[in-house]
Design a binder for this molecule. Structure first.
Ligand code: 5GP
Ligand code: MG
Length: 177
């Protein structure tokens, strides 16, 4: 595989996201909603750079199936969603690709009467967008390639890489954990 974003660059990118959020919210309390499973690494790093009071909630969304690197139908499970009525909500996901996941999540969260909602992603893939919304904060723009690492998987593998990499044909044939 080929490194696309190094560990150091990711750290700087996450720091930029945290700075932007600090400017936007100041000391106001926020509820951070992480989209499982890909956002867990970003979520853990991002919250430790935020100084406002915060709560964490999680929702599960999945649009990739097994060994396919193309989208399958989107499934959202919001059973673990905390009460967000009247709260400043920050939705955190790993990557904005077609945008359907973020659009659906924002719609779902919006139905729970939050005070405000902003969206944060680590990566934004260029040339793939199919929806009318943009992430409010994105640390990096990347070309249209399938990436893994820092939470992002291929067939459940590679989430623990400290950097973001582009998979090459041989990698796709490897066994999943
Ligand atoms: P979207 O709904 O924007 O098309 O896709 C968002 C979701 O698809 C992300 O949360 C992520 O789980 C998955 N995804 C999109 N592009 C990639 C990619 O290049 N690599 C991996 N591992 N997952 C991706
Ligand atoms: Mg995802």
């Amino acid at each position: 595989m080929k490194t696309l974003i190094t560990e150091t660059d990711i750290r700087d990118g996450v720091a930029r996201l945290a700075d932007d959020l600090a400017v936007h919210y100041g000391d106001q309390p926020v509820t951070i909603i992480g989209v499982l499973t890909g956002s867990v690494v970003l979520l853990a790093d991002l919250i430790r750079r935020l100084e406002m009071p915060l709560r964490i909630g999680l929702v599960y969304a999945s649009s990739y199936r097994g060994e396919m690197t193309t989208r399958g139908p989107l499934t959202i499970d919001s059973d673990m969603l905390p009460d967000i009525a009247g709260r400043n909500v920050i939705l955190v996901d790993d990557i904005f690709d077609t945008g359907h996941t973020l659009a659906e999540m924002l719609k779902l969260l919006g139905e729970h009467q939050p005070k405000s909602i902003r969206s944060v992603v680590l990566l934004r893939k260029l040339g793939r967008q199919e929806v009318n919304i943009q992430p409010d904060h994105a640390a990096f723009e990347i070309p249209d390639e399938f990436v893994v690492g820092y939470g992002l998987d291929y067939n459940d593998a590679y989430r623990n890489l400290r950097f973001i990499a582009v998979l090459e044909p041989g990698d796709l044939a490897e066994d999943s954990p």
